[in-house]
Structure formats: C-alpha cells, structure tokens
Design a protein around this ligand. Sequence first.
Ligand SMILES: NC(=O)C1=CN([C@@H]2O[C@H](COP(=O)(O)OP(=O)(O)OC[C@H]3O[C@@H](n4cnc5c(N)ncnc54)[C@H](O)[C@@H]3O)[C@@H](O)[C@H]2O)[C@@H](O)CC1
Ligand SMILES: [K+]
Length: 517
Amino acid sequence: MKLFSKEQIYEGDKLTTERQNISSTDLMERAGTQIFNWMHARMQGAQVPIHVFCGIGNNGGDGLVLARHLVTHGYNVVCYIVNCSDKRSKDFLINYDRIKSVSNTWPNMLSCKEDLSEITIGGDDIIVDAVFGIGLNRPPNDWVKHLFQKFKVSKAFTLSIDIPSGLFTDRAVDDEDAVVYAGYTLSFQSPKLAFFLPGTQKFTVQWEVLDIGIDRDYLRETETEVELIAKHEVLPLYKPRQKFAHKGDFGHVMILGGSYGKIGAVNLASRSALSSGAGLVTVYIPTCGYHSMQTAVPEVMVITDEHETHISNINFDIQPTVIGVGVGLGTSEDTVKTFAAFLKKNTIPLVIDADGINILSRNKTLLNLLPEQTVLTPHLKELERIIGTWSDDFEMLEKVKAFSEKYNVIVLIKGAHSITVNKNKMYINTTGNPGMATAGSGDVLTGMISGLIAQGYTPLAATIFAVYLHGKSADISLEDYGYQSLIASHIIEKIGEAYIDLFKQPEQPKEETQQKQ
Ligand SMILES: NC(=O)C1=CN([C@@H]2O[C@H](COP(=O)(O)OP(=O)(O)OC[C@H]3O[C@@H](n4cnc5c(N)ncnc54)[C@H](O)[C@@H]3O)[C@@H](O)[C@H]2O)[C@@H](O)CC1
Ligand SMILES: [K+]
C-alpha cells in the first residue's frame, strides 16, 4: 500500500472533485459518512455517550458530518467546537450550519481553558477526535493541550479521525502532552507515516484505512516515497520453483561469523538460510564451533578459521553467491583486521549484521569498500553508531536515506515496524509481534535475507520479502508459544508456513458456506 504525503493527499482530493465533478463539500460528506457507517455498524444504536470534538478546519468538518448523522440516527451525542483559530474552512462552515438544522442546543463552543471545566467525560464514554487533521502546521495552543490531557485522563475510548490530533505528517512533535492518544484511528485513503515510527507509533493503538473514493488513476499513477508492505505487496516478488530445478539453482550462502560462546548465532543464521530456500549453506567459523555446528545442523558445511575462539584470517576457496557476515562475530583486533582485508578484495554480495556493523561504525572508511547494494541490518543502537545521533525519527530517516545514497547500500532499520531504506525509497513492514524481542531473532533474519539473495532475488527484494516472512513466521509461532515463550528457533520452524500462507485464500464466512451446501 502506498503512503501518500500530505501534499499528495491534498492533490488527490482536488483532482477527485474535478474528475468526479463533485464539490469538496460532497467529498467531506463521503468522509464523514464513512466514519458514521463504521461506528454505526459496531454500535447498532447503543446509547453510550459520544463526545465529538471538532476543530475549525476540514478535519473538524468531517467531525460535524459524523455528529449530524449520529444525531439523526438517535445516538446520544454531544458536539463541541474547539475554536482555536478564526480561520474556519469553507466546508467546516457549511457543515456547521447543517448541524444546527438538526439540533438547536449546540455545538458547545470551547475557546479557552475555563470552558473545559464544563466538560464531563466518563470512562465508558466515547470521544471522537476531529480537532486537527493533516493540516496541523504548528503546535496546538496551551488550552487545547489541556483538552487532550482531559481526553487521556478520562480513559474513554478515543476514535481519531484521519490522524490523532497534534501529530504532524512530516515532522516530529515537540510536546507529547499536546497529542491525542487514540485507541483507534480511521485514516482516509492512506495511513500516515507517524503510525509506524518508533517515537510516534504509540499515539494510536490501531488504525484502519477508509476508502473515500479518491480518483483511482491518481492513486495508481502517483509514485510515493513510502510503501507499506503486506501480503499483497510481497506476492509479486515470490519466485516459483521449476519442476526440474536442482540445488545449484538456489545459490550458495556463506554465513561468516561466530566466536567462542556465540556459535549459536551462526547456527540460527545458517538454518534460516536453508529454510528460506538456499540450495547450499556453508559456515565460516572459528575452530571451537566445528563439532557443535556439524552435529546440530548436518545440512550445513563447515569451514573453520585457523583460530580457536574468533575469526582471525578470512580465507576460503569456494564461491558463495552471497555472504551473511557479522552474527556472533565479535570485534577483536584480529577480526577487524581480517574483515578489512577481506572487504578490500571481496566482490560477492554481502548482508552485514551485528558486529559486522559495529566494525564498520568504528572504521568508516571501510564503508567505501562495500559492494553495491550491500544490505546492512542495524537495530536502532547499531544504527546510531553508524550514522550518528538524531533528534527525532524524521531526521533519522533523512540521515539513513542520505547514507544509503552515499554508499549505495540498503539499510534495514529493525524495530516494531522494520523499515527498508534504499536511497530515497522506504518500505515499512507490517508483520511481526513483540514476541520477536528475543535473543537471536536478528540472526535468523540475516540468514533469511542471505537465503533469498542466493536464490536470485535482488538485495532489495530479498530484504523486503525476508522481513515480511520473518515477521509472519513469528506471527504464526504465536499461536503455539505466545509472546513470552517464542524463541528464535521457533521463527525458523515456521518459515515454511509463512511461505504457504502467501497462497492461502481468506476463509469464507461460515453462513455463506452453509447456504451453498
Ligand atoms: N481536502 C479534502 O477535500 C478533504 C479533507 N478531509 C479532511 O481534512 C483534513 C485536512 O483539513 P485542513 O487542511 O482544513 O486542516 P485540519 O482540519 O487538519 O486543521 C488544521 C486547521 O487548523 C489550522 N491550524 C493548524 N495548526 C493549528 C494549530 N496548532 N492551532 C490552531 N489552528 C491550527 C490550519 O490553518 C487549518 O485551518 C484531513 O485530515 C481530513 O480529515 C476530508 O474531509 C476528506 C476530504
Ligand atoms: K484528528
């Protein structure tokens, strides 16, 4: 799914009104009606008090449309105008008039902190937040911030329209108390980038996109900087197997890493490379790991470094298709030296993780030696070591894009929503769960990306696809293990099911099936 920028959304709205020959008021009516339908389907007329807070722009206009429909359908509604500026939008004003025609007692006008004392919100009530949408261009006033705090303290379920008010689409918030914490956000046409970034994802527990009929050609033809990756996006990447294929068709992965006490990382990465479909896997490890690797993973070939406890001299005479380097590697002096010497002569595609990244961070000139489209897979701490600090997520993304461009590398920023960055394009993953915050799950991912590159996926496709499958395998594992018991090996066990899931048809609702019989 494409993530449109604020400018692209405004452009899409404008084009839609022109091409469909409707007014912007009609489009707002559609948006507000969609929200109403969503609520009505769930509430079925329940008399829970609903407090609709409307700003004075078009987001507020959506709130007024919703409030009008709620009133005419007999819901228990109170509507407030958060009157924070004189610049009311045209469609806000039109809908302000319309709502007055269905009720003569309100909307309640809120203009200062004193007005807030009149508001009583119960813990079981519902708040609809239509104060600011994508048009927010400066931090909210102090009294509006107090209103948002009142929402939070009430513990009422909060439904935000389009975006939690106070969040910007393209920059960070200065004051987290000036943002609404939404239980659910109904976003028009495209989710917003802030829903996926480490610092702002907490502002909405869940989100859903509502289709308000924006011009299809515009949506299809417009290139976006950010894409959301779900099953629909990875399916076209999948490479089917030919009937007469042999193992040589699926490449040869080398996992280069491990040190005394950390051979397990190589074990995990090599098993996941195999389970992702690589034809052959060889590990290059210190001598201490020889027996454990040979015993634990008979499918994997082992080459040992001359040193007992760490890699000291990278030297082999096979030709892997790709090398996954860094898991459990350590950063001892010998290792750093041989890694630098190896990079000077290496032309094989690389996937670099963990201590591989740490070595590069301390020796930045080595970055110039990386083959084109090398994949780096840092978590946030490793990322900071390699690109330096940042003041907020938006700055972080800009720095990663510049880094990716400068060295022509792919950077996978690992987190709850892992983001693959290739120059100025970003791909946000949607699978995965907090059970993955466990030892070795990164090693598994390194193996999977390497395994896919070996099979002929481009490094970019391999990264996007592997991150998706990795999260999906963990989601499937949850059914057996829950968040706490999930360990990295379980993720490997479920890679097969994650592949199979790509081709599963959604289950038909039960009643329909019965009717057909
Ligand atoms: N453009 C369209 O045709 C549609 C727009 N829609 C809604 O319109 C929203 C965008 O509307 P707008 O662009 O009017 O902007 P918003 O409704 O998001 O609110 C911002 C308004 O308040 C002002 N403002 C910004 N920051 C402020 C602050 N800190 N304190 C006080 N006032 C502030 C702005 O000047 C603007 O008038 C979307 O999020 C969506 O909800 C939907 O109705 C669908 C159709
Ligand atoms: K909002």
